[in-house]
Ligand binder design. Structure first.
Ligand code: NDP
Length: 281
């Protein structure tokens, strides 16, 4: 654990991604730092895939003590670090890196606990015995599958634009429960209990073309993407009369709290950040 620096020069943290300017992480970590009296700054670092390894290592060499990792770098980050936590090993994707004084770069994945905390604690959903459809097969989906399958869900189907990636992930997690991968066009009813959009299509203002019959009036639809107003996914869910259509603000805050805990050894109260962001959504 890094020793908290309560006086003097603030410790440096941030998030690397491309694009990254949409991120609310500086706002959230700023709230956490204030409420826990931690002396730190948290910045955005826009780094392309091509330069990810070189520029991220430079940040740590310049004194940065921890980074969040967002799209499209989560899998590359798992290869960059020299140690992985068990949950990051399972995911083969990293959303949090901690740099320790002995020069260890530890990769963790807090996306899964972020999502399950939001679903269970904030949205009061019981995942046991539910049928789940997950759209997308990128770094974020890798992070959430382990914690979702641990809830003893009945079945997980992963559908992706590039179906072979969905099938590959399903094979990697097959020891944890009933899971399969397919193309969007192969999806069929009956309606799922929970549909999670883990594609980045919403960020591009797009929505994958999905067959009818997979949404019913008890289906909860969750877009990992967040932003002001409706996303193409929440609009789609509402047009099909889903029971609920919600965005990933809660996941964002909860995964950030877990990253903060890894870096600073203090677990911040997430309620004030959740409340503040509800006014922005
Ligand atoms: P990646 O770049 O690793 O993966 C992107 C995924 O989206 C791939 O499966 C890709 O499919 C798919 N995709 C991209 N564009 C389209 C499109 N136009 N139509 C259909 N599928 C598409 O990104 P991440 O996994 O890191 O992030 C995914 C999303 O989750 C982002 O919106 C991100 O903001 C959000 N997220 C939110 C978090 C939160 O805390 N709320 C935490 C983590 C992520 P293919 O394989 O075919 O390329």
């Amino acid at each position: 654990m890094n020793q908290p620096n309560e006086l003097g020069t603030p410790d440096q943290y941030g998030v690397v991604g491309h694009p990254v300017e949409h991120s609310w992480s500086p706002f959230i970590h700023g709230m956490f730092a204030k409420s826990t009296a931690q002396n730190l700054v948290y910045r955005l670092f826009d780094i392309t895939a091509e330069n990810f390894r070189r520029d991220t290592l430079k940040l740590f060499a310049s004194g940065v003590r921890g980074l969040n990792v967002t799209l499209p770098h989560k899998q590359a980050a798992a290869e960059l670090v020299n140690e992985l936590t068990p949950r990051a090993t399972r995911a083969q994707a990293v959303n949090t890196i901690a740099f320790f004084e002995d020069t260890t770069l530890l990769g963790d994945n807090t996306d899964g606990v972020g999502l399950t905390s939001d679903l269970e604690r904030n949205l009061q959903l019981d995942l046991a015995d539910k049928r789940l459809l997950i759209l997308g097969a990128g770094g974020a989906v890798r992070g959430v599958l382990g914690p979702l399958l641990e809830r003893e869900v009945r079945e997980v189907v992963i559908a992706n634009r590039t179906p072979v990636k969905a099938q590959k992930i399903a094979a990697e997690f097959a020891d944890m429960g009933k899971i399969s991968g397919c193309a969007f066009s192969e999806l069929r009813g009956p309606a799922y209990d929970l549909i999670i959009n883990g594609t980045s299509a919403s960020l591009q203002g797009e929505m994958p073309l999905l067959p009818a019959g997979i949404v019913g009036d008890t289906t909860v639809c969750y877009d990992m993407a967040y932003g002001r107003g409706q996303t193409p996914f929440t609009l789609w869910a509402k047009s099909l009369h889903a029971a609920r259509a919600t965005k990933g603000w809660g996941m964002l805050v909860e995964q950030a709290a877990e990253s903060f805990y890894l870096w600073r050894g203090i677990r911040p109260n997430t309620q004030p950040a959740l409340e503040a962001l509800s006014h922005h959504s």
